[in-house]
Every structure is written in C-alpha cells, then in structure tokens.
Design a protein around this ligand. Structure first.
Ligand SMILES: C[S@@+](CC[C@H](N)C(=O)[O-])C[C@H]1O[C@@H](n2cnc3c(N)ncnc32)[C@H](O)[C@@H]1O
Length: 242
C-alpha cells in the first residue's frame, strides 16, 4: 500500500528482477513497457507515482488478457493503457519519454529497437533487462550513441539478471571499456558486491564444466581454457582472498 496524492493505493508485488527495472526507470510523465505480459511493472509505476501514465504493450493475446486482469485488480484503467503491437511500433514518436523492455533475449530487444528508429530517437531514457547476453546489448547501444548511466545486478530465484539504464547523450561515463565491463557491465563490476562475487563463482563453475567436456587441445578447448583462466584472475582481482 502507498499513499499518493492523498489516495491509499494497493501496489502489485514485484519480483527482485522487476523491482530492479522499476528502480532504474527515471521519474517521467509517460512511460511504456514493451512486452509487458502481466502489466505488473506499469501498474507499479503508476501506483507508486513514479510515472503519471503508462502504456503497456505486448504482441500476444494471452499476455494482454493477463495485463487487463492486473489493470482491473489495481484499478489503474485511467492511467495504464493496453496496446497490442510488435515492439515499439505500439508508440508514436515522442509519445513517451521512457521505455522499459524486460525479460527477453538481447537479439529480440535489438530487433525491437532497430524496428522503430523514429520512436527510439525521441526517447530520453530506456531501462533494458535482457535475460542473457548483456555484452551484445551493451555493444549495440554504445555503438548507437547511448550512455549507460546505471545498472543493477540481482539474483532472483537462482538466476542472475542485470537491469541497465540507458540515457541519450554522446558523453559516456565509461570511455575505456574493459572485457569485464562489456561482459558484466561497468557499474556492476564497480559496485556489484556480494551478488557479483556469486555471479563470478557461478560463471567460473559453468566455464570449467564446459571445458571438461571439450576434446583436450582442440581450438575450442584452448579459447575456453583462456576464458576460465581470465575469470579466475578477475575473481582474484575483484575479490582478493583475505
Ligand atoms: C517473458 S515475458 C516478460 C514479461 C515482462 N516484461 C517481465 O519482464 O516480467 C516476454 C513478453 O514479451 C512479449 N513479446 C515478445 N516479443 C515481443 C514483441 N516483438 N513486441 C511486443 N511484445 C513482445 C511476449 O508476448 C511476452 O509477453
């Protein structure tokens, strides 16, 4: 429950993953959630007063039925508008300042972004939370002039997720990207703390298991072996044994 503009409103409960996305979305007048599914995120955003109005868009019928149920349950029909469309084609250019896209693969997110350049050009900020493949997404956005202004790594039901806040602008806080910055995110590397330590342990164990399955001495084996060594060195550097 939250008191907002004199009203006490019930709030949907967000998972740690979606909560990270919500926290990183800048306060704005109008926002859109693309691939909204249950519409929990836009409902939370309007109930909390973080945004005044939200567009909750999805390509499929089933998710929009779930979204409608959430909108009715939390009585936000006047503030959350549901739309059925492919990606950012749900929006007119300039219709919203901020967009969230969460819970998809990086390839689909890049398709959505490149599929509506005139909408993307008018955005102030985006929060993206890919289910994997952060490096691919970071490289795409940096190459397209976006500035990675914040990130948060969360562990949610045994999986690691990174939510990224991107803002327009040519000046990037991170001019020299190291391998670990592309892979895990510069903000995560700088501030990831205990969750980053667990993520690196998880990645190291996975890479070592993959290495054990490769034919010894093959080209794949050599490159994976150097990745395993690099991860071990990174762990030592970021989390030196006490
Ligand atoms: C795994 S759900 C994620 C839901 C929510 N964003 C979250 O993070 O919990 C992915 C949603 O994206 C929708 N989706 C996939 N491709 C899409 C596209 N091109 N345009 C709009 N929605 C899409 C799917 O229908 C599905 O509802």
């Amino acid at each position: 429950m939250i008191a907002y503009n004199g009203r006490v409103r019930a709030m949907p409960r967000l998972s740690p993953r979606l909560h990270a996305v919500a926290r990183l979305l800048p306060t704005c007048v109008r926002a859109a959630d693309i691939g909204t599914d249950h519409a929990l995120l836009p409902t939370w955003l309007v109930c909390s007063g973080r945004v005044e109005r939200a567009i909750a868009a999805d390509i499929a019928n089933g998710p929009l039925t779930r979204a409608q149920a959430t909108v009715e349950r939390f009585d936000v029909g006047g503030e959350v508008e549901l739309r059925q469309a492919n990606g950012l084609l749900a929006l007119q250019p300039g219709e919203v300042e901020c967009v969230a896209i969460a819970g998809m693969g990086p390839g689909r997110m890049i398709e959505i972004l490149t599929g509506a350049p005139e909408v993307v050009a008018r955005l102030d900020a985006m929060v993206l939370q890919p289910n994997h493949g952060g490096e691919q997404l970071r490289r795409h956005l940096v190459a397209n002039g976006w500035n990675l202004s914040d990130e948060q790594l969360v562990e949610d039901r045994g999986h690691f997720y990174t939510a990224m806040q991107w803002r327009k602008g040519s000046s990037s806080a991170h001019v020299s990207w190291r391998r670990e910055d592309w892979l895990f995110g510069p903000w995560v590397v700088a501030h990831g703390g205990e969750v980053l330590r667990r993520l690196l342990g998880h990645e190291s164990a996975r890479a070592s298991r993959d290495l054990a399955r490769k034919p010894l001495g093959s080209a794949d084996w050599s490159s994976l072996r150097s990745h395993v060594n690099w991860l071990a060195q990174l762990q030592q550097r970021l989390f030196p044994p006490v």
